[in-house]
Design a protein around this ligand. Structure first.
Ligand SMILES: Cc1cc2nc3c(=O)[nH]c(=O)nc-3n(C[C@H](O)[C@H](O)[C@H](O)COP(=O)(O)OP(=O)(O)OC[C@H]3O[C@@H](n4cnc5c(N)ncnc54)[C@H](O)[C@@H]3O)c2cc1C
Length: 443
């Protein structure tokens, strides 16, 4: 660590390089549960310093990771390489076009941007719940979204221009028309690769359909490959791939975002429904009538806040238990299997004919289902619990369900043999999981 610190001093002043144990440990986690200790934490203040850090990373083969506020939940902003902390600098913002757009650097929080936009009756589209801490670099790179923005007003859709530095040090901005030509001339390989990907995706109807379907709901898993369908120019495609790329494609040094109205009058209502099925059936009419956000809270959520000041007294008087509903059947039943308290709750799922898949799944999993056609309500009890256990064992051992299983000597051994056989099959050349670390370990 000392050595890397000294090497970094060729790029940055010593007071912006942190290698003390206390600094390393304090940057070893973000809001998620991963723990990776960086070799050094650096605080670049200019694009030149970021370019120099990219060069250093290449020369020394040490990964470079950016960190804005560090509120990511899946380890995006931790590393065992070099961590570039942007939270102390990069805080310039400028409101443009009477608040219609806002120019931001990565180290400013979404909350501050919104506070300054308020005088124009505007706000940025993305609205993660962490907006008062989360910074624009992280909001853009995670393509963060929240209760209201959904998939229409996220960073991907509200991005106007972006300025970025590629790991090879080249800097481009989509605001400059000449950069489109420069990108073709100076990054020929990347340019052609993007065109190749774009054309391949567009010519395949199946992939096209899958991408369209996947991005109708929130999808920040992997790169924003919908950019290959949405944009023609390779530079625009790359600019939008950067949104949600979690810093893996380059460094975002500036972005211009289109803003959305921040209405001066807002109202919030709390509506009560007898069960989740009825609540869910109200979502579409509510959305169509103009509701910006509809959040569903189950009985347990309400119970956790019913004692707080400001919560209507009625909440305390609601029935203690939320009746099971078929929309959350899987979760309810999983809990029911383990909980003796639910002994007498009949499952109220619709008939097998109305939902064969649901019932099929439940039956295969050995879970009870009330069949209204036969008018035999299911009641949890000792027998039922044993049946449930039995059917689990049935799946493992092949014994008929509902019968006590003789445990023949060597049965466990048989199961182990079968597992070993399966693992060996997995390791065969043609198996897609061949080479999987867990399987290799199992050998
Ligand atoms: C209580 C809580 C609530 C949350 N609610 C939501 C929510 O409603 N919706 C949601 O989407 N997320 C939510 N999050 C997750 C997280 O807060 C957001 O994704 C947020 O946008 C991350 O911003 P950040 O500044 O903390 O980014 P960081 O965690 O610091 O970084 C995120 C990623 O961006 C990269 N990055 C940062 N700056 C740059 C840059 N200049 N160039 C390139 N890459 C960069 C980092 O390398 C990292 O991969 C929540 C987190 C918490 C703790």
């Amino acid at each position: 660590m000392e050595a890397i610190g000294r090497a970094l001093e060729a790029i940055l002043p010593a007071d912006r390089i942190k290698t003390r144990l206390i600094d390393i440990l304090s940057y070893a986690a973000d809001a998620g549960f991963y723990h990776l200790e960086p070799k050094a934490v650096v605080q670049p203040v200019s694009e030149d310093e970021v370019r120099a850090l990219f060069r250093f990373s290449h020369q020394h083969r040490i990964p470079l990771t950016f960190r804005a506020a560090g509120t990511s939940l899946s380890g995006q902003s931790v590393t065992d390489g070099i961590l570039a902390d942007l939270s102390r600098h990069w805080q310039v913002m400028k409101i443009e076009n009477e608040g219609a757009t806002v120019r931001v650097q990565p180290g400013i929080t979404g909350g501050i941007v919104n506070a300054r936009l308020r005088q124009y009756g505007k706000k940025i589209g993305p609205d993660p719940a962490s907006i008062n801490s989360a910074m624009m670099g992280g909001i853009l790179s995670n393509n963060a979204s929240g209760m209201c923005c959904g998939v229409a007003k996220n960073s991907y859709h509200t991005l106007q221009y972006i300025r970025f530095i590629l790991p090879n040090g080249m800097t481009f901005t989509t605001e400059n028309k000449e950069d489109y030509t420069r990108f073709r001339e100076q990054c020929g390989d990347l340019y052609l690769t993007l065109i190749g990907l774009r054309d391949r995706v567009r010519s395949d109807e199946h992939i096209r359909g899958r991408i369209r379907a996947k991005y109708q709901t929130k999808n920040t898993v992997g790169y924003s490959v919908n950019a290959l369908l949405d944009f023609d120019e390779p530079l625009d495609i790359l600019a939008h791939l950067l949104i949600g790329a979690e810093g893996t494609l380059g460094f975002i040094s500036e972005a211009v975002m289109r803003t959305i109205p921040d209405y001066p009058e807002k109202s919030t209502g709390l509506l009560y429904f007898p069960d989740i099925h009825t609540a869910c059936s109200a979502i579409v009419p509510l959305t169509e009538s103009g509701a910006e956000a509809v959040e569903l809270m189950d009985r347990a959520s309400l119970r956790s806040v019913e004692h707080l000041p400001g919560i209507p007294a009625l909440v305390k008087t609601l029935p203690k238990r939320q009746p099971p509903s078929w929309l959350n059947t899987r979760a309810t039943r999983r809990r029911s299997c383990r909980s003796r308290k639910t002994n007498s709750s009949p499952c109220q799922a619709p008939s097998p004919s109305s939902c064969p898949q649901l019932h099929g799944k439940s039956r295969r999993a050995g879970l009870p289902v009330e069949d209204p056609e036969r008018h035999v309500p299911f009641r949890w009890g000792r027998k039922a619990k044993r049946d449930h256990r039995d059917s689990g064992r049935h799946r493992r051992t092949g014994c008929p369900p509902g019968r006590r299983h003789p445990r023949p000597a060597g049965a466990v051994h048989q199961i182990r043999l079968r597992k070993r056989h399966h693992l060996r099959a997995c390791q065969r050349r043609e198996h897609p999981l061949r080479g999987h670390p867990v399987l290799r370990h199992a050998r």
